[in-house]
Design a protein around this ligand. Sequence first.
Ligand code: SAH
Length: 245
Amino acid sequence: MRNLRFDIITIFPGMFESPFNESILNRARQQGLLDIRLHNLRDYSLNKHKKVDDYPFGGGVGLVMNVEPISRAIDEVKKEVPKARTILMSPSGKPFDQKKAWELSREENIILVCGRYEGVDERVRLHCVDEEISIGDYVMSGGEIPAMAVVETVSRLIPGVLGDENSVVEESFSEPLLEYPQYTRPRDFNGYKVPEVLISGNHKKIQEWQKQQALKKTAEVRPDLLKKLEHWEQEKAPLKELNIG
Ligand code: SAH
């Protein structure tokens, strides 16, 4: 049984309690597939007020997180997990996507460093971590929620965390196509009906419909993903039929 351990360095460890104690993440932890350790960055400050930030050199608004407490915290954690892949959460990092999530799911130990304020001293990026990743092109107030997003996305890829392995494969971005639309009861909601084909019982037709819908949705919403499609030649035919290729 494979197990992934996350060590998270943050000034707000309390933020993580509820998300990690519910649902799939909680079950994965109970089953020993996932191990999450929280480290309060302030414990690594040598300042008597437990300060972990200071004014930026060169001026500018806001405060910047000091390199020393972060470096000390990482060193301490690495005494237990020396080979841990160390990642800084940052809006200027490389984008986090499903491919990156698969890559991280194969690690044994990951350290996530959460920034706050105006960000962290550049020397953290240069000398203390292996890489920085961003969860999207927008700026949040801290790295805690981005770190939760990474933990949740990566954890569900660890074998055994989701009951049915198929549900991981069929979802959006595994192809990389967006997922086809899904329906459940009732068949008629205020006159809005479930597409006939889904009730037809014809599995081949259903699969074709799902594939077409996935392509259509991707072409409409994320044309950039279609460009990435590896099996482009094979996919061209249904696209042509839909007049969106
Ligand atoms: N001044 C910085 C923003 C700092 S936001 C800038 O313009 O780039 C404060 C912290 O929130 C960051 O250090 C980072 O840890 C976290 N954060 C904010 N947005 C994020 C995102 N999209 N992805 C990952 N981390 C993010």
